[in-house]
Design a protein. Structure first.
Lengths: 237, 226
């Protein structure tokens, strides 16, 4: 795939993503019926849940690409990992910001130190460390390896977040979609809105991922160019 | 296996001997424990909060903050003297090097944990009516979990431009299970609760410590290699 095609794909995916996000907001505010028990505040579910799913997808990619990068040392896997991590951070931040909006109405508090919320916040800090460690080594290759190690350990937090609702007596509502006891327990229009949310965020994620992956490729080329420009001078000195 | 354990012991023995001769880390950690105990005792209004009720919190927070002081310097001496390059060129397996470092740190932090219990017991007049063996098991697995992660991240922090200031940012998010389960179990033991009420916490701490040690031992090679 040429750089021009990648730029084209980023633009198309981004435009489709923004259009779908607008459609999602129209559906959330004007189309989908109000849920009976939680009331109007439940509508945030169509943004909050897809944001978390996409965040998990991003960090899952980081874990997978980091593990294979440590094994094979292929530069492209590190680029994919960092692209997944940055996109994952954006969607985690959306999830962490939309959750308290719901919690303020449903629980009467912005934040509760209960297992799922705590583990989700920890996930954000783990990947903050991922970015810090990348930039804090004199040798960039070493920074990439350190970050990959954190990416591999950090991904273990995701299954913990998923099972925390049932295993650790969490206040957080149980899973509605990925619940083995009652899978897809949603009204048709609610399921459609959630699917549009998932599609919108997937498109945005794909666009951000490709853009960051492409930028990481340029950064790598610049590093190689700088290294080849510096080495002969160093050798002469 | 015997030869492997010999290598692990050689690394741990070297670290402990250096520590015995310099007393660098133990002095810093010991002073930290006593000073934090003093600060807690001045800042806590015992008419409002009974120290006995928050014994776990006081003990574990001091252990984690004080432990970071010493663990952050796990690889510092070797890095400064260029000795790490020599160790890496020796035929020792990297996981044995990691295990030796963990063992050395485990001994140091266990000494510190004993000091925390003694000092805080004296400062806050803790009474302990639980089973001491269970307390030792909780502290032991908690310390091993802490040390297994901190040793790995200490190798990263030492080789980074940010140095030891990076260590808390990297390690604290991963230490939450140790803190949550260690504190709860210690609080219950100090409240004289039966073993059945801490057995679940003890299992989680043991799983975290053993699992963490194996995962970190595997990942160590990617951190330490040039």
């Amino acid at each position: 795939m040429s750089q021009k095609q990648i730029r084209h794909a980023i633009g198309v995916l981004g435009a489709l993503g923004v259009a779908t996000v607008i459609l999602l907001h129209w559906m959330v505010f004007f189309w989908v019926p109000t849920e009976f028990t939680m009331g109007i505040v439940q509508r945030i579910f169509y943004i909050h849940v897809p944001a978390w799913w996409i965040a998990f997808l991003g960090f899952g990619l980081v874990g997978l690409c980091s593990a294979v990068y440590l094994w094979l040392g292929d530069e492209r896997l590190d680029r994919a990992a960092v692209a997944g991590a940055e996109a994952g951070m954006i969607f985690t931040t959306i999830g962490l910001l939309t959750g308290p909006l719901w919690g303020r109405v449903a629980w009467g508090t912005w934040w509760e130190w209960e297992p799922r919320l705590t583990l989700a916040l920890i996930l954000w800090f783990i990947y903050l460390g991922y970015f810090l460690v990348r930039r804090s080594t004199a040798n960039p290759e070493q920074g990439k390896r350190f970050a990959a190690v954190i990416g591999v350990i950090g991904v273990l937090d995701i299954p913990l977040i998923h099972v925390s609702v049932t295993w650790l007596r969490s206040l957080h509502p149980e899973a509605v979609i990925l619940n083995p006891d009652s899978p897809m327990n949603l009204d048709g229009s609610m399921g459609a809105t959630l699917s549009v949310g998932l599609l919108a965020f997937s498109l945005i994620f794909a666009s951000l991922f490709l853009a960051r992956y492409s930028i990481a490729g340029y950064e790598h080329q610049l590093d190689l160019r700088d290294a080849s420009a510096v080495t002969p001078q160093g050798a002469e000195a | 296996m015997r030869a492997y354990l010999g290598l692990v012991w050689a690394v741990a023995r070297k670290d402990l001997l250096i520590e015995l001769r310099t007393r660098e880390r133990l002095t810093a950690m010991g002073a930290f424990v006593v000073l934090v105990g003093m600060l807690f005792s001045f800042s806590m209004d015992t008419a409002v909060v009974r120290p006995q009720d928050i014994a776990g919190l006081l003990i574990w927070m001091t252990l984690i903050f004080g432990g970071l002081l010493g663990m952050g310097r796990t690889f510092r001496l070797e890095e400064e003297d260029g000795a790490l390059t020599g160790i890496l060129q020796s035929p020792i397996p990297l996981d044995a090097l990691y295990a030796g470092k963990v063992l050395g740190n485990f001994v140091l932090l266990s000494v510190m944990a004993a000091l925390v219990l003694l000092v805080f017991g004296a400062f806050f007049r803790f009474t302990f009516s639980g089973n001491p063996v269970t307390l030792v098991a909780v502290m032991g697995f908690g310390v091993l979990g802490f040390v297994s992660l901190t040793t790995l991240f200490s190798a990263m922090a030492t080789r980074s431009t940010m140095g030891e200031s990076l260590l808390p940012v990297l390690v604290f998010p991963f230490l939450v299970p140790v803190l949550v389960y260690g504190t709860t179990a210690t609080n219950r033991l100090f409240a004289g609760r039966p073993f059945v009420e801490v057995s679940g916490n003890l299992r989680v701490l043991a799983a975290f410590a053993i699992g963490g040690t194996f995962v970190c031992a595997w990942l160590f090679r990617f951190v330490i290699e040039e």
